[in-house]
Design a protein around this ligand. Structure first.
Ligand code: ARG
Length: 458
């Protein structure tokens, strides 16, 4: 059998053209969705009397048989048949005879491919939401162990104020929570059905698009056939959300790389998540977080790629749109791979409390608290800031930290200091008094974790 569209042609397609224009090497990933779309379409064709019910049944049986073959990996897809749509249609006709040719009544590959992509993204988005859940659970589990564990909090990567390690971890929980929310919201738009738009202008057959939407579980149908076959904003949205998720993963990965360095040693990643060096036997490299950080770039590329494909396209379908697929698959697979690794890596990492604690004892991250102390004793904040600046400078010059200064030394800087200054400067105290909602005080972090657990149960 030659090309499904061969009628108008007098010559064979150039081999190079065939290879260049074919999408089957990658769009075979849509096989399941393509068949699902066809099953709903043919059911509707039968119900609306557009084709005889017996024919619809034969086509359905044929499609189900092909579905089984696809699952069992028994189908050999052919470049000559260009894409997943024509490969499956050709298989169908081979299997059940010319009646299979009735499947394409009232539809075009343009509304078909758009439908496949919607179905694919719906499944993947739903799966990704679950994978994010797993990462969030891992974060909460670690956080619960470390509400009282203190770590330097940084701004400008300079020690700023001590924080609960749980608080630091939970910051990522909320980033992923918003990512999940974005994915869930995007489903609203993924759930628009393009099928029934024909090539661009609709169809002459008395189809029932609502019925197809119902069968496929779509919430609504695209009200404009040209829009339906030519826009890919639902994929752009997915690629943007995917890029944001990878940005969050990348930032966290960067912290893991820093924390597991010899200089920090705040955490140790499990051996099963690291690799060695072929030349330096002492090394244990954080390859996984490095690669997570590195893979973020390709998801940005996929987004920019599709934005660029779309920006100059006249309505309606153009072959350029075939370029929407590989980037989308790549972002989906990058996210799947990354999220699947992230959860167990967080679960298995060792948190080195003692090293974190030592770091806190050896810095000036409690300086803000002496300023606040003097303010409560009546000194204007600006003046207090000036006094503390001098104390810090003096301490640095005399190789001491704030808790090492004697009471007499404090008194020299201000008579407002009293013996309770040492309590105020204790890191536990510094953390505990940041008890505003969303702050790092253990009491607040506990609340935060409870809130988070409530979100996960939903
Ligand atoms: N393989 C094509 C794609 O992915 C399917 C739609 C083809 N439509 C067409 N009119 N050539 O975009």
């Amino acid at each position: 059998m030659s090309k499904l569209w061969g009628g108008r042609f007098t010559k064979e397609t150039n081999k190079l053209v065939e290879e260049f224009t074919a999408s089957i090497s990658f769009d075979q990933k849509l096989a399941k969705d393509d068949i699902a779309g066809s099953l709903a379409h043919v059911q509707m064709l039968g119900e609306c009397g557009i084709i005889p019910v017996e024919d619809a049944e034969k086509i359905k049986d044929g499609l189900l048989a092909i579905q089984k073959m696809v699952h069992a990996n028994e189908v050999e897809f052919l470049v000559e048949d260009e894409d997943i749509h024509m490969n499956i249609e050709k298989l169908l006709i081979e299997k059940i005879g010319p009646v299979g040719g009735k499947l394409h009544t009232g539809r075009s590959r343009n509304d078909q491919v758009a439908t496949d992509m919607h179905l694919y993204l719906r499944t993947k988005t739903t799966e990704l939401i679950k994978l994010i859940d797993d990462v969030q659970e891992a974060l909460v589990e670690q956080a619960k162990e470390h509400v009282q564990t203190l770590i330097p909090g940084y701004t400008h990567l300079q020690r700023a104020q001590p924080v609960s390690f749980a608080h630091h971890l939970m910051a990522y929980f909320w980033m992923f929570e918003r990512d999940k929310e974005r994915l869930i919201e995007s489903l609203k738009r993924v759930n628009w059905l393009p099928l029934g738009s024909g090539a661009l202008a609709g169809t002459t057959f008395p189809i029932n698009r609502e019925r197809v939407a119902e069968l496929l579980g779509f919430e609504t149908v695209y009200p404009n056939s040209m829009d339906a076959v030519s826009d890919r904003d639902f994929i752009l949205e997915f690629l943007s959300i995917g890029s944001i998720i990878m940005t969050h993963i990348s930032r966290f990965s960067e912290e893991l790389v820093i924390w597991s360095s010899q200089e920090f040693q705040f955490v140790e990643l499990d051996d099963s998540f690291c690799t060695g060096s072929s030349i330096m036997p002492q090394k244990k490299n954080p390859d996984v977080p490095e690669l997570l950080r590195g893979k973020t770039g390709r998801t940005y590329g996929n987004l920019i790629g599709l934005l660029t494909v779309l920006k100059g396209l006249p309505l309606a379908y153009n072959k350029d749109l075939q370029e929407d697929k590989e980037g989308m698959f790549d972002t989906v697979e990058t996210l799947e791979g990354s999220l699947k690794l992230l959860a167990p890596m967080i679960e298995t990492m060792t948190v080195k409390k003692d090293v974190m604690r030592k770091a806190i004892n050896n810095d000036f991250s409690n300086a803000t608290d002496i300023a606040d102390y003097l303010v409560t004793k009546g000194l204007p904040f600006r003046e207090a800031h000036e006094v503390i600046g001098k104390i810090v400078l003096y301490s640095i010059q005399s190789n001491k930290f704030l808790l090492d200064l004697s009471f007499e030394e404090y008194q020299e800087f201000s008579p407002l200091f009293e013996e309770d200054i040492y309590e105020v400067l204790a890191p536990e105290h510094v953390v505990a008094v940041r008890n505003s909602f969303g702050g790092t005080a253990p009491e607040q972090v506990e609340k935060q974790i409870q809130l988070a657990e409530g979100k996960l149960k939903r």
